[in-house]
Design a protein around this ligand. Sequence first.
Ligand code: CA
Length: 228
Amino acid sequence: MTDPVPLLIVEDDAPIRALLVSALAAAGYQPFEAATAREALAALAEVGPQAVLLDLGLPDRDGLELVPLLRGAGAAVVILSARDATAEKVAALDLGADDYVTKPFDLDEVLARLRTALRHRAAPGAVTGNVRAGGVEIDLLARIVRRDGHEVHLAPREYAMLAELAVHAGKVVTHAHLLRTVWGPGHEEDVEYLRVAARGIRRKLEDGASGAPSLIRNEPGVGYRLVV
Ligand code: CA
């Protein structure tokens, strides 16, 4: 048996912390807790967590300041964020956080975000082959996209956006990152470009009948995510 993966929960709200501890333990992880930034930094050195669930509103320090320190120590970082804190989420992602969940959160979603963040932490940049999302297959080497086995033609920007999302499959990718990568420096503000490209991708690759986005999810004010 392998040792359980050590995780750190940084949250000053005791009931939320207790809920996360029991959920993570039940999922087979080894959870450690910190109620302050000070405790978090002590635990970081002591237990070497592979991932950290980080509340940004801490009593002794802005949680954002911890993000580079946690990432520098090699831990994946998932932010626990208030619903309306869009700017904070973007700032945390820009500082290197892997993802976020919005409070009040769904425990299954917390576990899914953690699994994805741990997977990307274990193999950063290793996504070079095929990425599957439902009936869609993105072949990153051949630059071919198939839907239900049939090749689908995407415009160059649509493909580039989809490929960037596929490289980060399951994780949110910020507007600024997508615009910089796909359109180049100087386009970080042109969010409308993304809306147009996303619309094209969805039209060609999603099942329009169901109505709900099934392939790429819009994270309002933050970015897009490939649903896997
Ligand atoms: Ca708090």
